[in-house]
Design a protein around this ligand. Structure first.
Ligand SMILES: Nc1ncnc2c1ncn2[C@@H]1O[C@H](COP(=O)(O)OP(=O)(O)OP(=O)(O)O)[C@@H](O)[C@H]1O
Length: 627
């Protein structure tokens, strides 16, 4: 029989938090606890309790509790768990920051103006010292000076700033992400009026994943808390061991005032016993937090598979799935939808899922990255949001939907175009011919190239083309000048044209695979992207070479590569090193597993990885297999 209290030793934490959230005697708190300890659950529980006790007063006073999450997905999850109650304002940090500042146009203007003047001054100083004005950095600098000056000149014309927290902000009157965070932090930290407004509207602010929340904003919230102690409470949830982004505040929680409450948790409710032992062992170099499993949890399984760097990844990963099935007798290990495979970088999923031809060239362009990853890249929308559903409808023989999609997206169906056409019947029959021409590209199960699809659309004018595609399709001077006068900065970027020139050589099937990846229907996710989530079966892929990143190095963590000079310098100065960062990322990735975990390490030195994994105490010999 399971003793109820063995699993519930942390329940007092929920009571402590509820006591802090008392509007008559607000206290601030810092709940830092390991993976799977139920922080999110405690957050929801405390808020539900709050609603019961103080909800009506909050409604009467038009006040809300702000809950800041790291991702939109986490915000949606918490909103749902709080039953969409309007006294809770649940959002990401960017949306919340924008909510606070968006009406302060003239203050934002002054801030942006001061920043632009300073940036231009710095750039001009650097330019005056440049040895040549013809090298790449000088040319880039000149371009930056020009664009910042243009923005400065345009500032007086801005009547209201715009900002999209979930995308790229290219318009003349837009603010970018770091500006919105910087402005909000500055206003909260330095403007007493802003402090009054925030504390009156949101007497409680709770921050989930606070170890990764932008440090300037966390610092501003600390200032606010100090200034408004008697009427405001700040609650931080998080885990220092799960800090994986560079902009989080290091050593968060150290030297906080003594009137803060510091609840702690010992349990891990998520994972089976062996997985908890592994994450405790990974953690032990950093702090002495050791979690304990729930009593009823089975042992579970962890395995380290070591494969040669040059081996075929897809074949290797299939072999591992079969081996895990044999070891556990759990058939789900061989079913793609039942296993979450964690890769380091999105392109590793693109390779495995077969959309690298489309993805890679676009991902190389810095300013396209965010929108490519979140699916909002406007140029790609033509293929993803119009052609993809069109072809899916066509393939399933749904003629009605085909015409509906064409009607909804084509200018040719515009009322004025039809009314103004000399012969309306002829016009409609031409549209039909054009649609047939497009669909013919998929005849006999063909998989056309994106550039061929584009060409048909360009010739038939079936769908409006983003300027960048007009340029590529026509390549005439006339079109290029139309393009140059475009206001859309994404499209003003030459790099983007070059990238699309390459990406258009991909086949259309890549668009549907990319779409599948975006919809999270895929079995892949990144080590970073799964923060806060959990899955029964997890495969963690480790391959620095394929990841091509510089922030993390599993080779260093596993000791097959020595620390760099800057690692040694950082270590000597007590700063974060690449190894520290990677250890934390490894902790996040491994701690997502509930029942079983397979780590696959691709390496040039299998025996050294094996030796070090045993020496670290992470895996024992019987849990490691060199493939
Ligand atoms: N007191 C509890 N009793 C039973 N199950 C719990 C309890 N607390 C949490 N859980 C379960 O444990 C899992 C992990 O909880 P939760 O996601 O809240 O942890 P977390 O601390 O936010 O994790 P992480 O830091 O890894 O994101 C969830 O499935 C949750 O339902």
């Amino acid at each position: 029989m399971i003793l109820a209290d063995e699993n519930n030793i942390d329940d007092n934490v929920d009571i402590q938090i509820s006591e802090c959230l008392n509007p008559n005697n607000p206290k601030s708190f810092f709940l830092f606890a390991g993976a799977g300890s139920g922080k999110t659950r405690s957050l929801v529980k405390a808020l539900t309790e709050f609603k019961k006790n103080h909800g009506n007063n909050f409604i009467l006073n038009n006040q809300k509790i702000a809950i800041i999450t790291y991702t939109n997905a986490a915000a949606d999850e918490i909103k749902q768990r709080l039953k969409f109650d309007p006294i809770f304002y649940v959002s990401t940090i960017h949306s919340y920051a924008w909510e606070l500042i968006q009406l302060f146009t003239s203050d934002i203007k002054s801030y942006v103006k001061a920043r632009l003047l300073k940036d231009i001054e710095d750039l001009e100083l650097a330019q005056s010292k440049a040895r040549s004005l013809q090298n790449k950095s000088s040319i880039d600098r000149a371009r930056k000076i020009k664009s910042k000056t243009k923005r400065l000149e345009n500032l007086p014309n801005v009547t209201r700033f715009t900002y999209n927290p979930n995308g790229d902000n290219f318009k003349k009157d837009s603010l970018n992400h770091s500006e919105v965070i910087g402005i909000t932090a500055d206003f909260i930290a330095n403007e007493s009026l802003m402090q009054d407004i925030v504390a009156a509207r949101f007497p409680i602010i709770l921050v989930d994943e606070s170890q990764d929340t932008k440090k300037e904003l966390i610092d501003a919230l600390f200032t606010l808390q100090k200034a408004k102690k008697g009427v405001f409470s700040l609650g931080l949830f998080g885990d220092t061991m799960q800090r994986i982004y560079a902009d989080g505040k290091p050593n968060l929680g150290e030297s906080l005032p003594s009137d803060w409450v510091f609840p702690t948790k010992k349990m891990n409710h998520r994972s089976n016993k062996r997985i908890i032992k592994l994450i405790n062992d990974i953690r032990q170099e950093v702090d002495d937090q050791k979690q304990q499993p729930r009593k009823e949890k089975p042992e579970g399984i962890v395995r380290l598979f070591i494969a040669d760097r040059a081996s075929d990844k897809i074949v290797t990963e299939n072999i591992v799935a079969k081996k895990m099935f044999t070891l556990t007798t759990d058939k789900s290990w061989t079913e793609p939808d039942e296993v979450k495979t964690l890769i380091l970088e999105h392109h590793m999923a693109a390779i495995r899922m077969g959309f690298i031809g489309l993805f890679e060239p676009l991902y190389k362009v810095d300013r396209l990255k965010t929108s490519l990853i979140d699916g909002s890249l406007s140029t790609l929308n033509l293929f993803k949001n119009t052609i993809l559903p069109l072809i899916e409808a066509h393939k399933s023989g749904d003629k009605f939907s085909v015409m509906r999609i064409v009607k909804a997206n084509s200018f040719l169906f515009d009322k004025n175009v039809i009314v103004n056409s000399q012969d309306q019947l002829k016009h409609l029959s031409e549209i039909n011919d054009n649609v047939s021409k497009l669909l013919a590209l998929w005849a006999d199960n063909s998989d056309p190239y994106l550039k061929d699809i584009l060409q048909v659309i360009f010739e038939t004018k079936l769908f409006p083309l983003p300027n960048i595609f007009k340029v590529i399709s026509s390549r005439t001077k006339k079109e290029e000048s139309a393009f140059e006068s475009s206001e859309d900065e994404e499209e003003l970027n030459d790099d983007a044209i070059d990238a699309w020139d390459v990406a258009l050589n991909a086949k259309f099937s890549e668009v549907s695979k990319y779409d599948e990846y975006l919809k999270e229907e895929s079995k892949f996710a990144t080590h970073q992207g799964v923060k806060g989530l959990e899955f029964p079966r997890v495969v963690v892929i480790i391959d620095d070479e394929e990841a091509r990143g510089f922030m993390f190095s599993y080779d260093k963590l596993f000791g097959t590569k020595g620390p760099s000079a800057s690692d040694l310098k950082n270590e000597a100065e007590g700063n974060d090193t690449g190894i520290d960062r990677t250890r934390r990322l490894f902790y996040v990735a491994c701690s997502r597993a509930e029942e079983g975990l397979a780590v696959i390490a691709y390496t040039d030195n299998p025996s050294l990885i094996k030796r070090n994994a045993i020496a670290n105490g992470w895996f024992n010999e019987t849990e490691i297999e060199v493939l």
